[in-house]
Design a protein around this ligand. Sequence first.
Ligand SMILES: NC(=O)c1ccc[n+]([C@@H]2O[C@H](COP(=O)([O-])OP(=O)(O)OC[C@H]3O[C@@H](n4cnc5c(N)ncnc54)[C@H](OP(=O)(O)O)[C@@H]3O)[C@@H](O)[C@H]2O)c1
Length: 303
Amino acid sequence: MKIAISGATGLIGSALKAFLLRNGHEVDEISRHRGRGLHKSQIFWNPDEDYIDIAALEGHDVIVHLAGSNISVQSWSATYKKEILSSRVKSTKLLVDTIQKMNKRPKIFFCASAVGYYGNQDPYLKINERSLAGQGFLPKVCQEWENASADLILYGVRLVHMRFGIVLSKKGGALAKMLPLFYFGLGGRWGLGHQKMSWIALEEIGSIVEFIMSRDGINGPVNFTSPNSVTNREFTKILGKVIFRPTLLPVPAFVIRWLFGEMGQAFLLDGCDAIPEVLQKAGYQFNYPDLRGALQQIIKSGR
Ligand SMILES: NC(=O)c1ccc[n+]([C@@H]2O[C@H](COP(=O)([O-])OP(=O)(O)OC[C@H]3O[C@@H](n4cnc5c(N)ncnc54)[C@H](OP(=O)(O)O)[C@@H]3O)[C@@H](O)[C@H]2O)c1
């Protein structure tokens, strides 16, 4: 397949690109960085100015849209919250408008989203793709982000919203931020640790994308989460055991709120048990179904 990926320089995009290339697909990057050396496989765009090289995008069978300013990089000021939302909605709308004008439209459009769609939920409640959106900033971002591509169905494009759980990798994201503290023996649960963490190994994402490409019946929201979510308390214990470190230093909820404000509440203290119902019903077999095995593999492989 000929596949174009936006955000291909990011954590998920670079791993997905490498996976798809290894499996014989042709992959082009949709990027904002002409300056970094525009090569044949780059499609230049500037979502802020509604510009994309439409001729270069034409002819791709699949578009995977991951781009958006980093959500967990700093505490959320009002200005940064606008940036988080607009970088996703504007770029999605630009791609949708461009696809509408194409002579040959892609067959599938994958658009990133997150289990943040469901907001903070009772840890005992199983959440699937039919569950309603939650309350707060992240559910609002995810809903507007998903709605921005809804028109693609009218143009005959198969639309898949990838609701990612916490993506686990040594190379970036939440785990990479936690590991140094845990290695120093300073790891501990967040708050009471009852919040559910729906997670997915970075290395699983390529297999899922390829599985969905091969199954015409899958469309709409898909939870990109392992079938075995854990509480933060369990996550902390398992990570400590995998790297042979104690995890005796809990971080009280008020400290998290004081240090990171609304972002800390949403990322560290809230959670939900999002099960991958669509994937399981379609018969997808997970390579990394349980946390201990996934963490062992991530630590060993450095990915
Ligand atoms: N990692 C996770 O745990 C996780 C969990 C849930 C959802 N997600 C979502 O999945 C997507 C990919 O995640 P990731 O972790 O790979 O993100 P990432 O490492 O932060 O990469 C995102 C990419 O988006 C592009 N980008 C950044 N700011 C932008 C802006 N203002 N306008 C347009 N493009 C911009 C960049 O590509 P260029 O510089 O090449 O343009 C960047 O490489 C994100 O939308 C993220 O919110 C991630």
